[in-house]
Design a protein around this ligand. Structure first.
Ligand code: ADP
Ligand code: MG
Length: 696
């Protein structure tokens, strides 16, 4: 038997069944079975107390006690069942048999100390156990073995592929582990991290002797997955660093110094300083930087971006910063222009709606090097946009840009520019560590001082009047208010209608106040006008769709009312909330929902009311949606781990990452004899399948 042996040669399978298994499970080889891990294990070593039952436990459990009061209830064949009382010293449980024979009834050990084992049902406050397994022998009852339960389905079970079948097949396979499994981690690493051998891991993942053995096996297999995943990225990154030449920016010059000393309107946070240093260290080297900047909404990523661009400028290079929407690009442009007004740094804006005549001027100024900083949207990517010397390209809110677009930036200069990508909302650290391993990651984990945490509340339709009155009061105090509506219908026309109706209601209620509207159907110029109107403070209320989701900055706006909040995803809610709390005033976010909420919506709303921390929110988001959805479907296959859980296995991922870093530092080409097994395994498993080749 080898790992490649076809399953039809396994005992009890044969060609017919092999075909069926392939169709349903996609399994063709012994290896497929071996890596089909149990979903859970049944632990018979523990005795539970009836009095401790609070809700339905998920797994079968065991009790010790006595059966009393056997009864036959119901009439007719289909209705008839047998029940009995089961007591331990803490409570009573009903045992139920829907099918039984007289013989069975006679065999039931009455008033005698026994063990029962099975699933618990909870109904109308009563606990019952249907069809319990009964054991009189204490030794047998408590036999410590954990029984593996495999992920199955009714369809499989009908064709005889039930749990027992998997247990049998795996019993046979695990008898051959000696010849099937070779070690793939160096011994010193295993000793150092206390990882059990590979063969033992495979045995004890299927048939753990006890919980301790299971945990060791589980940890070892998880580590292995994380390790080779990181190794794939590590090798790629190493290759990139060796081959990706970049322009070194050795100096800090007058533009940066002047700005830092005389213009910068606030002290950088320590986190901003730390991140800026990381960027500066990267850009000093003659190697292209590829860095991801993670930071919560409002943590001040833009300032870090601007300072980095000034470093490029001091070294004779141009920069560009790209944003996913026109509004955001305009805001960046307005903000950066204002900050640089007193300097001689030239900045321009290039978007889809830039006029042809203006475009011409920009193209020329880029080519002759007069223009130092270009702010824009996707328009920057067009081939016609050429630079004299592009040294740094920054992508804001990078999740809106594809990998291909990132790659197009590389081609904008003979020696590719340094790349800095920034996230809109944080993604869980473990995910960033794994998925973005091809990027170096910097984190701004601190907010500028003096920010008042936003107060978030959940309100329902019946509270509407109170909410509106509250908004009115805030407006009277000089604040501004956002109302955000989701795209409710598939049809854009209906959404639009919906928005207009709500707009009318708001006009009515807030009579005498200025209300403006912002939605996706408006032309760029109209959007800009609406934004400027609101930003100027002359208009108190902005009624919008999620167009305003990203980046918009109006510090005097202190109330965000999100309608039908249950329809928004968590990261979207967090982004929207981030539009307030940008000034010195206490800000509020009010989540309006209908009365009936799904469990998931409830979790989302509750999370929002409980925390302002984007990292925490993204972790809940990942729990709810899974890593694939967070990264976008295009990338979901990449995080298709068998054992590793990106959310809860942060420790293991970190350990694997560190181990790989040390490995590649000491033996970058995996030439040392002690790394031979590892190299062979990697080459066979990963490189040939080019599993991680999808990301660049
Ligand atoms: P984001 O990280 O969400 O892109 P921004 O860069 O838009 O955040 O910054 C949010 C606001 O915080 C801006 O108004 C910015 O000027 C301000 N800001 C940034 N850094 C600091 C700081 N160190 N101290 C005070 N305010 C800051
Ligand atoms: Mg931003």
């Amino acid at each position: 038997m080898t790992l490649e042996t076809s399953i039809e040669f396994l005992k009890g399978i044969g060609p017919e069944r092999a075909k069926f298994i392939k169709n349903v499970l996609g399994f063709t080889t012994v290896e497929d079975f071996l890596t089909f891990y149990p979903l859970r294990y049944i632990d018979k070593s523990k005795i539970h107390k009836i009095g401790d039952l609070s809700e339905e436990p998920e797994v079968e459990i065991q009790f010790k006690g006595k059966i009393t009061d056997i009864q036959e209830v119901g009439y007719g064949k289909s209705q008839k069942r047998m029940t009995a009382k089961f007591r331990d010293e803490t409570g009573t449980l009903e045992l139920v048999w829907f099918r039984y024979s007289k013989w069975m009834k006679d065999q039931l050990p009455l008033n005698q100390e026994i063990f029962i084992f099975g699933k618990i049902n909870h109904f109308n406050g009563n606990f019952s156990m249907p069809h319990p397994e009964i054991e009189i022998d204490e030794k047998k009852a408590l036999s410590g073995t954990l029984l593996p339960i495999y992920p199955g389905s009714e369809k499989l079970a009908k064709r005889g592929l039930n749990n027992k079948f998997f247990q049998t097949v795996l019993t046979e396979i695990t008898k051959n582990l000696h010849s099937l499994i070779q070690e793939n981690l160096p011994e010193n690493l295993r000793t150092q991290l206390n990882l059990i051998g590979r063969m033992h891991a495979f045995y004890h993942i299927h048939f753990p002797k006890d919980l301790n053995h299971f945990e060791h096996a589980n940890r070892r297999l998880k580590f292995e997955e994380a390790y080779f995943f990181q190794l794939g990225y590590g090798l790629k990154k190493q290759h990139h660093k060796a081959s990706a030449v970049g322009n070194p920016f050795p100096k800090i010059g007058s533009q940066f110094k002047n700005f830092y000393d005389h213009v910068l309107p606030f002290e950088l946070t320590n986190a901003q300083k730390k991140v800026l240093k990381e960027i500066r260290t990267d850009m000093k080297k003659p190697v292209q930087m590829n860095r991801l900047l993670q930071g919560d909404v409002g943590s001040g990523k833009t300032m870090v971006a601007l300072l980095s661009m000034l470093i490029a400028l001091d070294n004779g290079f141009q920069s560009c910063i790209m944003a996913p929407t026109e509004i955001l690009a305009q805001q960046h442009f307005a903000g950066i222009s204002e900050l640089l007004a007193e300097t001689d740094v030239k900045v321009k804006l290039l978007t889809g709606s830039t006029k042809t005549s203006e475009r011409k001027i920009i193209h020329e100024a880029l080519l002759n090097g007069e223009l130092s900083i270009l702010v824009g949207t996707h328009a920057v990517l067009e081939d016609i946009v050429q630079f004299k010397q592009l040294g740094l390209a920054i992508i804001d809110e990078q999740h809106r840009f594809g990998v291909a677009q990132r790659a197009r930036l590389w081609a904008k200069n003979k020696i590719p520019p340094h790349i800095l990508v920034m996230t809109a909302t944080p993604i869980p650290r473990t995910l960033a560590m794994s998925f973005y391993s091809d990027l170096d990651v910097s984190v701004i984990d601190e907010m500028p001082v003096g920010r008042k945490p936003i107060i978030t509340a959940h309100r329902r339709e019946k509270d509407r009047l109170t909410v509106f009155r509250f908004a009115k009061d805030e407006i009277e105090k000089g604040r501004q208010v956002y109302f955000v509506y989701p795209l409710i219908e598939e049809s854009e026309t209906l959404d639009y209608k919906n928005l207009l109706e709500n707009y009318d209601h708001i006009l009515d209620f807030f009579e005498g106040k200025n209300v403006t509207m912002l939605h996706g159907r408006m032309k760029p110029a109209e959007k800009e006008a609406a934004m400027n109107y609101f930003a100027s403070g002359k208009c108190e209320i902005m009624v919008a769709t999620t167009v305003i989701e990203v980046g918009v900055n109006v510090p005097n706006a202190s109330v965000m009312i999100i309608e039908s909040a249950e329809r928004f995803g968590l990261s979207q809610l967090h982004q929207l909330r981030g539009r307030v709390g940008r000034g010195g005033e206490q800000s509020y976010c009010i989540l309006m929902t209908s009365d009936k909420l799904s469990k998931e919506s409830r979790t989302r709303i509750k999370t929002m009311t409980e925390t302002n921390d984007g990292f925490k929110i993204s972790e809940v988001d990942m729990q709810l949606r899974g890593p694939g959805d967070i990264l976008g479907t295009q990338q979901s296959g990449v995080v298709d781990f068998k054992k590793l859980d990106l959310l809860s296995d942060g420790k293991i991922i970190k350990a694997a990452k560190t181990a790989v870093e040390i490995l590649l530092k000491n033996d970058p080409n995996l030439q040392n004899p002690e790394n031979l097994d590892l190299r062979n395994y990697y080459t066979k498993q990963y490189k040939s399948k080019n599993k991680w080749g999808r990301i660049s």
